[in-house]
Design a protein around this ligand. Structure first.
Ligand code: PNS
Length: 168
């Protein structure tokens, strides 16, 4: 008798903040996996100017996916592969927007493969309307007073407006 265990995909990132592009990728993951764990890293490979605390990012992601019980969000410390092992997950999902993402993503996927050969990285492409969106651009546009309402969900927008004022 075989017992079906739910296939868990880990979708890791900084998510500072979660964008419409991230949302699209997480929902696409549900076509491949039974459950998606959106995993907010305390340690990001690329140095960035942080806007939201990790706990606040987790809270926002929870609100964004409040309608989808198969998507959960947690934060993690340390290596992604160790987090995956602790969750019994063998599938890591990353979004690939453009060729410019490729080198960084390829390097991380291969490093993770070396560290933990039983974890596979699968790349998903976002909807074409989201392929130019990045959290760092959202932060910058919001900081400079631009309208980011098309790039983030209302809960995130509200939080950005609380920081930068009503234009964002
Ligand atoms: O959204 P980001 O910042 O591009 O996501 C990068 C992230 C968080 C997935 C990556 O930095 C990561 O996995 N960090 C956890 C620490 C780790 O495992 N580092 C080695 C990566 S090969």
């Amino acid at each position: 008798m075989s017992i079906h265990r739910p296939l868990v995909a880990v979708y890791p990132g900084s998510f500072d903040p979660i964008t419409r592009g991230h949302e699209d990728i997480a929902r696409r993951c549900l076509r491949l996996a039974d459950e998606v764990v959106v995993a907010v890293a305390h340690t990001a490979t690329q140095k960035k100017n942080v806007l939201f605390e990790v706990d606040e990012r987790v809270e926002l992601i929870g609100q964004v996916f409040a309608d989808e019980p198969r998507i959960r969000c947690v934060s993690f410390q340390g290596l992604l592969v160790d987090f995956c092992r602790s969750r019994g997950a063998h599938l890591v999902i990353r979004g690939l927007r453009a060729v410019s993402d490729f080198e960084y993503e390829f390097q991380m996927a291969q490093m993770n493969q070396e560290l933990s050969p039983d974890v596979e990285t699968v790349f998903l492409t976002p909807d074409v309307h989201h392929s130019f969106i990045s959290a760092s651009l959202v932060r910058e546009v919001a900081r400079l007073g631009g309208d980011v309402s098309a790039f983030v969900s209302p809960v995130v927008l509200e939080r950005l407006q609380g920081i930068y004022g009503v234009a964002s």
